[in-house]
Write a protein that binds this ligand. Structure first.
Ligand SMILES: [Zn+2]
Ligand SMILES: [Zn+2]
Length: 335
Protein backbone atom coordinates (compact mmCIF):
# COMPACT_ATOMS: atom_id res chain seq x y z
CA UNK A 1 0.00 0.00 0.00
CA UNK A 2 1.01 3.64 -0.46
CA UNK A 3 1.79 5.48 2.76
CA UNK A 4 3.44 8.67 3.99
CA UNK A 5 6.34 7.90 6.32
CA UNK A 6 8.31 10.01 8.79
CA UNK A 7 11.75 8.44 8.51
CA UNK A 8 13.86 11.13 10.20
CA UNK A 9 12.96 14.19 12.32
CA UNK A 10 13.24 17.57 10.57
CA UNK A 11 13.45 15.88 7.14
CA UNK A 12 10.84 15.79 4.32
CA UNK A 13 8.37 12.92 4.63
CA UNK A 14 8.62 10.03 2.16
CA UNK A 15 5.91 8.34 0.07
CA UNK A 16 6.59 4.60 0.38
CA UNK A 17 5.12 1.30 -0.75
CA UNK A 18 4.60 -0.79 2.40
CA UNK A 19 2.87 -4.08 3.27
CA UNK A 20 -0.80 -3.52 4.23
CA UNK A 21 -1.55 -3.88 7.98
CA UNK A 22 -3.12 -7.03 9.48
CA UNK A 23 -5.48 -7.62 12.41
CA UNK A 24 -3.46 -7.52 15.65
CA UNK A 25 -6.25 -8.21 18.16
CA UNK A 26 -9.76 -9.73 17.83
CA UNK A 27 -11.17 -6.18 18.33
CA UNK A 28 -9.29 -4.76 15.33
CA UNK A 29 -10.66 -3.73 11.97
CA UNK A 30 -8.74 -2.95 8.78
CA UNK A 31 -9.99 0.25 7.17
CA UNK A 32 -9.43 1.30 3.56
CA UNK A 33 -8.83 5.04 3.98
CA UNK A 34 -10.66 7.54 1.74
CA UNK A 35 -9.84 10.81 3.50
CA UNK A 36 -7.24 11.76 6.11
CA UNK A 37 -7.08 15.21 7.72
CA UNK A 38 -3.70 16.84 8.33
CA UNK A 39 -3.27 18.04 11.92
CA UNK A 40 -0.60 20.27 13.46
CA UNK A 41 0.34 17.23 15.55
CA UNK A 42 1.56 15.50 12.35
CA UNK A 43 3.96 18.39 11.83
CA UNK A 44 5.17 18.23 15.46
CA UNK A 45 5.61 14.45 15.16
CA UNK A 46 7.74 14.95 12.03
CA UNK A 47 9.73 17.78 13.63
CA UNK A 48 10.31 15.92 16.90
CA UNK A 49 9.95 19.29 18.66
CA UNK A 50 7.81 18.15 21.62
CA UNK A 51 9.22 16.56 24.77
CA UNK A 52 7.31 13.42 23.71
CA UNK A 53 8.66 12.10 20.41
CA UNK A 54 7.32 9.16 18.40
CA UNK A 55 9.44 6.15 17.47
CA UNK A 56 10.45 6.22 13.79
CA UNK A 57 9.70 5.23 11.10
CA UNK A 58 6.06 6.24 11.55
CA UNK A 59 2.98 6.71 9.36
CA UNK A 60 1.30 9.87 10.77
CA UNK A 61 -2.38 10.89 10.48
CA UNK A 62 -5.22 10.58 12.97
CA UNK A 63 -8.31 12.00 11.27
CA UNK A 64 -8.96 9.05 8.96
CA UNK A 65 -12.24 8.11 7.30
CA UNK A 66 -12.87 5.00 5.24
CA UNK A 67 -14.61 1.64 4.98
CA UNK A 68 -14.00 -1.49 7.03
CA UNK A 69 -12.60 -4.21 4.71
CA UNK A 70 -11.76 -6.79 7.39
CA UNK A 71 -13.06 -7.26 10.94
CA UNK A 72 -11.69 -9.29 13.87
CA UNK A 73 -13.89 -11.91 15.62
CA UNK A 74 -14.82 -9.57 18.48
CA UNK A 75 -14.89 -6.32 16.52
CA UNK A 76 -17.92 -4.08 17.18
CA UNK A 77 -17.99 -3.00 13.50
CA UNK A 78 -18.68 -4.97 10.32
CA UNK A 79 -17.13 -5.16 6.87
CA UNK A 80 -18.60 -2.35 4.75
CA UNK A 81 -19.17 0.09 7.63
CA UNK A 82 -17.93 3.62 6.94
CA UNK A 83 -15.99 4.78 9.99
CA UNK A 84 -13.77 7.51 11.38
CA UNK A 85 -10.56 6.96 13.31
CA UNK A 86 -9.52 9.38 16.07
CA UNK A 87 -6.15 10.12 17.71
CA UNK A 88 -7.14 8.02 20.75
CA UNK A 89 -6.40 4.62 19.21
CA UNK A 90 -7.12 2.71 22.43
CA UNK A 91 -6.90 2.96 26.21
CA UNK A 92 -6.33 0.37 28.95
CA UNK A 93 -9.96 0.21 30.14
CA UNK A 94 -8.89 -0.49 33.74
CA UNK A 95 -7.19 2.62 35.20
CA UNK A 96 -8.93 5.28 37.32
CA UNK A 97 -9.33 7.53 34.25
CA UNK A 98 -10.81 4.84 32.03
CA UNK A 99 -13.14 3.73 34.84
CA UNK A 100 -14.19 7.35 35.38
CA UNK A 101 -15.13 7.84 31.71
CA UNK A 102 -12.04 9.95 30.98
CA UNK A 103 -10.22 7.49 28.74
CA UNK A 104 -8.64 10.46 26.92
CA UNK A 105 -6.43 10.83 30.03
CA UNK A 106 -5.42 7.13 30.24
CA UNK A 107 -1.66 7.01 30.77
CA UNK A 108 -1.45 3.70 28.88
CA UNK A 109 -3.29 5.00 25.80
CA UNK A 110 -2.11 4.27 22.28
CA UNK A 111 -2.23 7.14 19.80
CA UNK A 112 -3.06 6.80 16.10
CA UNK A 113 -0.25 8.10 13.92
CA UNK A 114 1.98 8.59 16.96
CA UNK A 115 2.49 5.33 18.88
CA UNK A 116 0.78 3.11 16.25
CA UNK A 117 0.70 3.55 12.44
CA UNK A 118 -1.69 6.26 11.31
CA UNK A 119 -4.11 7.14 8.52
CA UNK A 120 -1.99 8.90 5.86
CA UNK A 121 -2.00 5.58 4.01
CA UNK A 122 -4.28 3.39 1.90
CA UNK A 123 -5.04 1.05 4.83
CA UNK A 124 -4.86 1.25 8.61
CA UNK A 125 -5.53 -1.13 11.50
CA UNK A 126 -7.86 0.42 14.09
CA UNK A 127 -9.40 -0.73 17.39
CA UNK A 128 -13.12 -0.99 16.59
CA UNK A 129 -14.07 0.01 20.15
CA UNK A 130 -12.54 3.45 19.60
CA UNK A 131 -13.66 3.86 15.99
CA UNK A 132 -16.97 5.53 15.17
CA UNK A 133 -19.54 4.77 12.45
CA UNK A 134 -20.41 7.70 10.18
CA UNK A 135 -23.93 8.38 8.85
CA UNK A 136 -24.15 8.01 5.04
CA UNK A 137 -25.18 11.63 4.44
CA UNK A 138 -21.82 12.97 5.67
CA UNK A 139 -19.03 13.54 3.16
CA UNK A 140 -15.79 11.66 3.98
CA UNK A 141 -13.53 14.68 3.37
CA UNK A 142 -15.70 17.05 5.37
CA UNK A 143 -16.15 14.75 8.36
CA UNK A 144 -12.50 13.59 8.72
CA UNK A 145 -11.24 16.67 10.64
CA UNK A 146 -14.05 16.29 13.20
CA UNK A 147 -12.14 13.24 14.54
CA UNK A 148 -9.32 15.35 16.04
CA UNK A 149 -9.77 19.11 15.59
CA UNK A 150 -13.54 18.81 16.06
CA UNK A 151 -13.68 16.60 19.12
CA UNK A 152 -10.74 18.40 20.79
CA UNK A 153 -12.39 21.81 20.60
CA UNK A 154 -15.83 20.39 21.36
CA UNK A 155 -14.58 19.08 24.68
CA UNK A 156 -12.67 22.31 25.42
CA UNK A 157 -15.83 24.39 24.90
CA UNK A 158 -17.92 21.86 26.84
CA UNK A 159 -15.71 22.09 29.96
CA UNK A 160 -15.15 25.86 29.63
CA UNK A 161 -18.48 26.94 31.12
CA UNK A 162 -19.47 28.79 27.92
CA UNK A 163 -23.09 30.01 28.16
CA UNK A 164 -25.33 32.75 26.73
CA UNK A 165 -24.17 35.30 29.34
CA UNK A 166 -20.45 34.68 28.71
CA UNK A 167 -17.94 36.07 26.22
CA UNK A 168 -15.66 33.44 24.70
CA UNK A 169 -12.41 34.51 23.08
CA UNK A 170 -10.95 32.10 20.51
CA UNK A 171 -7.20 32.62 20.29
CA UNK A 172 -5.94 31.34 16.91
CA UNK A 173 -8.19 30.67 13.93
CA UNK A 174 -6.66 27.63 12.28
CA UNK A 175 -8.26 24.18 12.14
CA UNK A 176 -8.96 24.08 15.90
CA UNK A 177 -10.11 27.70 16.12
CA UNK A 178 -12.65 27.46 13.31
CA UNK A 179 -14.31 24.53 15.09
CA UNK A 180 -14.07 26.25 18.51
CA UNK A 181 -15.94 29.30 17.19
CA UNK A 182 -18.80 27.15 15.90
CA UNK A 183 -19.14 25.18 19.14
CA UNK A 184 -18.95 28.37 21.23
CA UNK A 185 -21.73 29.92 19.13
CA UNK A 186 -23.92 26.85 19.77
CA UNK A 187 -23.78 27.65 23.50
CA UNK A 188 -25.19 31.14 22.81
CA UNK A 189 -22.04 32.89 24.06
CA UNK A 190 -20.69 36.14 22.55
CA UNK A 191 -17.56 35.38 20.57
CA UNK A 192 -14.31 37.22 19.84
CA UNK A 193 -11.70 35.74 17.50
CA UNK A 194 -8.02 36.75 17.64
CA UNK A 195 -5.52 35.90 14.90
CA UNK A 196 -2.65 37.56 13.02
CA UNK A 197 -4.10 36.88 9.55
CA UNK A 198 -6.71 39.25 8.12
CA UNK A 199 -7.91 36.45 5.79
CA UNK A 200 -8.58 34.17 8.74
CA UNK A 201 -10.38 36.95 10.62
CA UNK A 202 -12.54 37.48 7.54
CA UNK A 203 -13.41 33.77 7.64
CA UNK A 204 -14.23 34.11 11.36
CA UNK A 205 -16.67 36.94 10.64
CA UNK A 206 -18.24 34.85 7.88
CA UNK A 207 -18.72 32.03 10.42
CA UNK A 208 -20.49 34.45 12.77
CA UNK A 209 -17.84 35.82 15.17
CA UNK A 210 -19.27 38.84 17.02
CA UNK A 211 -15.89 40.61 16.97
CA UNK A 212 -12.40 39.98 15.57
CA UNK A 213 -9.01 41.35 16.60
CA UNK A 214 -5.82 41.33 14.53
CA UNK A 215 -3.03 40.60 17.04
CA UNK A 216 -0.35 41.79 14.62
CA UNK A 217 -1.77 45.34 14.66
CA UNK A 218 -3.48 45.70 18.03
CA UNK A 219 -2.72 45.26 21.71
CA UNK A 220 -5.01 42.27 22.35
CA UNK A 221 -5.76 42.72 26.11
CA UNK A 222 -6.61 46.40 25.60
CA UNK A 223 -8.82 45.67 22.57
CA UNK A 224 -10.64 42.90 24.46
CA UNK A 225 -11.19 45.15 27.51
CA UNK A 226 -12.78 47.73 25.19
CA UNK A 227 -15.20 45.00 24.09
CA UNK A 228 -16.11 44.26 27.73
CA UNK A 229 -13.49 41.58 28.46
CA UNK A 230 -13.45 37.80 28.03
CA UNK A 231 -14.89 35.31 30.54
CA UNK A 232 -13.39 32.35 28.73
CA UNK A 233 -10.45 31.89 26.38
CA UNK A 234 -10.09 28.85 24.17
CA UNK A 235 -6.35 28.81 23.47
CA UNK A 236 -6.20 27.22 20.03
CA UNK A 237 -2.98 28.85 18.78
CA UNK A 238 0.24 26.84 18.92
CA UNK A 239 1.97 29.98 20.23
CA UNK A 240 2.84 30.74 23.85
CA UNK A 241 2.90 34.47 23.00
CA UNK A 242 -0.72 34.26 21.77
CA UNK A 243 -1.72 32.31 24.90
CA UNK A 244 -0.11 34.94 27.14
CA UNK A 245 -1.97 37.75 25.33
CA UNK A 246 -5.21 35.82 25.76
CA UNK A 247 -4.49 35.24 29.47
CA UNK A 248 -4.00 38.98 29.97
CA UNK A 249 -7.37 39.63 28.27
CA UNK A 250 -9.32 37.50 30.78
CA UNK A 251 -11.78 39.10 33.19
CA UNK A 252 -11.62 38.42 36.92
CA UNK A 253 -12.80 34.87 37.58
CA UNK A 254 -12.09 34.01 33.95
CA UNK A 255 -10.85 30.73 32.56
CA UNK A 256 -8.20 29.87 30.00
CA UNK A 257 -8.71 26.46 28.37
CA UNK A 258 -5.63 25.49 26.37
CA UNK A 259 -5.84 23.06 23.43
CA UNK A 260 -3.04 24.32 21.15
CA UNK A 261 0.37 22.81 21.86
CA UNK A 262 3.29 25.24 21.50
CA UNK A 263 6.69 23.56 21.92
CA UNK A 264 7.69 26.10 24.64
CA UNK A 265 6.21 26.91 28.08
CA UNK A 266 3.52 29.39 29.05
CA UNK A 267 4.74 31.97 31.59
CA UNK A 268 1.99 33.89 33.41
CA UNK A 269 2.27 36.37 36.29
CA UNK A 270 1.28 34.53 39.47
CA UNK A 271 0.12 37.81 41.06
CA UNK A 272 -2.57 38.32 38.38
CA UNK A 273 -3.47 34.64 38.45
CA UNK A 274 -4.20 34.85 42.20
CA UNK A 275 -5.68 38.32 42.52
CA UNK A 276 -7.93 37.94 39.46
CA UNK A 277 -8.93 34.41 40.51
CA UNK A 278 -8.22 33.10 37.03
CA UNK A 279 -8.23 29.40 36.13
CA UNK A 280 -5.96 27.72 33.59
CA UNK A 281 -6.93 24.27 32.29
CA UNK A 282 -5.56 22.02 29.61
CA UNK A 283 -8.01 20.01 27.53
CA UNK A 284 -6.79 16.98 25.65
CA UNK A 285 -8.68 15.22 22.83
CA UNK A 286 -12.14 13.98 23.82
CA UNK A 287 -13.80 10.81 25.04
CA UNK A 288 -15.67 8.35 22.89
CA UNK A 289 -18.90 9.91 24.16
CA UNK A 290 -17.71 13.38 23.13
CA UNK A 291 -16.87 12.00 19.69
CA UNK A 292 -20.35 10.56 19.24
CA UNK A 293 -21.84 13.93 20.18
CA UNK A 294 -19.55 15.64 17.65
CA UNK A 295 -20.63 13.32 14.84
CA UNK A 296 -24.28 13.77 15.80
CA UNK A 297 -23.93 17.60 15.65
CA UNK A 298 -22.28 17.29 12.22
CA UNK A 299 -25.02 14.93 11.01
CA UNK A 300 -27.62 17.51 12.06
CA UNK A 301 -25.78 20.16 10.02
CA UNK A 302 -24.87 22.28 13.06
CA UNK A 303 -21.09 22.17 12.55
CA UNK A 304 -19.20 22.27 9.25
CA UNK A 305 -15.50 21.86 8.56
CA UNK A 306 -14.00 24.25 6.02
CA UNK A 307 -11.36 22.32 4.13
CA UNK A 308 -9.32 21.97 0.97
CA UNK A 309 -8.01 18.68 -0.40
CA UNK A 310 -4.55 17.47 -1.39
CA UNK A 311 -2.93 14.16 -2.35
CA UNK A 312 -0.67 11.94 -0.22
CA UNK A 313 2.37 13.04 -2.24
CA UNK A 314 1.60 16.71 -1.44
CA UNK A 315 2.26 16.28 2.30
CA UNK A 316 5.53 18.25 2.38
CA UNK A 317 3.90 21.21 0.59
CA UNK A 318 0.99 21.05 3.05
CA UNK A 319 3.50 21.19 5.93
CA UNK A 320 5.17 24.26 4.37
CA UNK A 321 1.79 26.02 4.17
CA UNK A 322 1.06 25.00 7.77
CA UNK A 323 4.39 26.36 9.03
CA UNK A 324 3.65 29.65 7.25
CA UNK A 325 0.21 29.82 8.95
CA UNK A 326 -1.53 29.99 5.56
CA UNK A 327 -4.01 27.12 5.94
CA UNK A 328 -7.64 28.14 6.21
CA UNK A 329 -9.64 25.50 8.11
CA UNK A 330 -8.18 22.07 7.36
CA UNK A 331 -6.34 20.23 4.59
CA UNK A 332 -7.65 16.73 3.92
CA UNK A 333 -5.64 14.16 1.97
CA UNK A 334 -7.87 12.34 -0.53
CA UNK A 335 -6.68 8.77 -0.80
ZN1 LIG B 1 -4.80 16.16 15.73
ZN1 LIG C 1 -6.71 3.54 31.20
Amino acid sequence: MKAIVIEEFQKPLALRDLPAPHLRTPFDVIVRIEASGVCHTDLHAASGDWSSKPALPLIPGHEGVGRVVEAGEMAVLSVGDRVGIPFLHSSCGACEYCLGGNENLCPAQQMTGFTVPGCHAEFVAADSRFTVKIPDALDSNEIAPHFCAGVTTYRAVKISGAAPDKTVLISGFGGLGHFALQYARLTGARTIVVDVSEEKLEAARRLGADATINASETDVPRAVRKLGGADIVIGAAASSKALRGAFDALKRGGRLVVVGLPPDDLAVPVFNLVVKGVGITGSYLGTRKDLREVIDLAARGRIKCEYTTAKLEDINDVFDEMKAGRIQGRVVLKI
